[in-house]
Design a protein around this ligand. Sequence first.
Ligand SMILES: NC(=O)c1ccc[n+]([C@@H]2O[C@H](COP(=O)([O-])OP(=O)(O)OC[C@H]3O[C@@H](n4cnc5c(N)ncnc54)[C@H](O)[C@@H]3O)[C@@H](O)[C@H]2O)c1
Ligand SMILES: O=C(O)C1=N[C@H](C(=O)O)CCC1
Length: 265
Amino acid sequence: MSIRVAIAGPRGKMGAEAVHTVMKHDKMELVAVLDYKEVGKTLADLEMFPASYTAPIFTDMSELVEATAPDVLVDLTSPHAVYKHTKEALNLNVRPVIGTTGFTDEQLVELSAIAKEKELGCIIAPNFAIGAILMMKFAKEAAKYLPDVEIIEMHHDQKLDAPSGTAVKTAQLIQEVRAQKMQGHPEEKETLKGARGAELDGMRIHSVRLPGLVAHQQVLFGGDGQLLTIRHDSLNRNSFMSGVAFCVEEVMKMDQLVYGLENII
Ligand SMILES: NC(=O)c1ccc[n+]([C@@H]2O[C@H](COP(=O)([O-])OP(=O)(O)OC[C@H]3O[C@@H](n4cnc5c(N)ncnc54)[C@H](O)[C@@H]3O)[C@@H](O)[C@H]2O)c1
Ligand SMILES: O=C(O)C1=N[C@H](C(=O)O)CCC1
């Protein structure tokens, strides 16, 4: 039987790729999409999709679920909308697969509690690209031996949140294995505010935003007379799509929230 999938943010860069991915997948059916406009139309009414894409557009999650009964909601929208969408989906017994970044720690705790109570799978994946997951895993391993680390993440200039979800997740994974330490000179002083980047548990995160970039990250480790750089580049958004399809299938087998694909690959 097909997995019934709804996608939030179908007109966006990631959402449109996800629409094509689900439409091409032989074990999935795109039953509806969630947007903030174009209610009453179908994807085929939008110029960007072919006539065979007949999924209806909704602007209200309850109406979408009542009319089309999706198993999974894939959210690729905005940091402003994603928490509400995830909570609504869980409360309506729909399993969320969330690629949108920008959750607070408190929101993750609350959503995790709802998923646990409802015994529903929920995947929140700051990065769907397998290479990025490996970069994070390798960085966590390297930090055991080289605890002085700085993260440089580089993204396209339309990105709303900084630092990236991937950079935050990388720092959190390193935090699990590294004793807390402040880096740099103890008397270091910024003569221009922000020069040393953001700080997470003593690690510095630098965010670059430029047209031409997609999603890139370097994790730099400094040691005595040596420097290790672990780098990942997503060169297009197709790099994320096998991860999206994997999550849609995996979330159907789960009964709790998982934050980060490194926990399930
Ligand atoms: N997890 C990953 O691997 C991964 C990869 C790329 C991007 N992302 C994240 O995915 C999100 C989307 O990225 P993008 O580059 O596609 O952005 P985008 O701006 O191109 O697309 C976002 C879409 O969401 C829609 N939207 C905004 N608010 C909405 C709402 N309330 N209801 C319904 N739709 C709404 C917008 O109209 C837009 O079409 C971002 O948070 C980004 O960080 C995650
Ligand atoms: O394009 C974006 O925006 C991306 N966001 C994710 C993040 O914040 O880590 C993943 C990579 C692309």
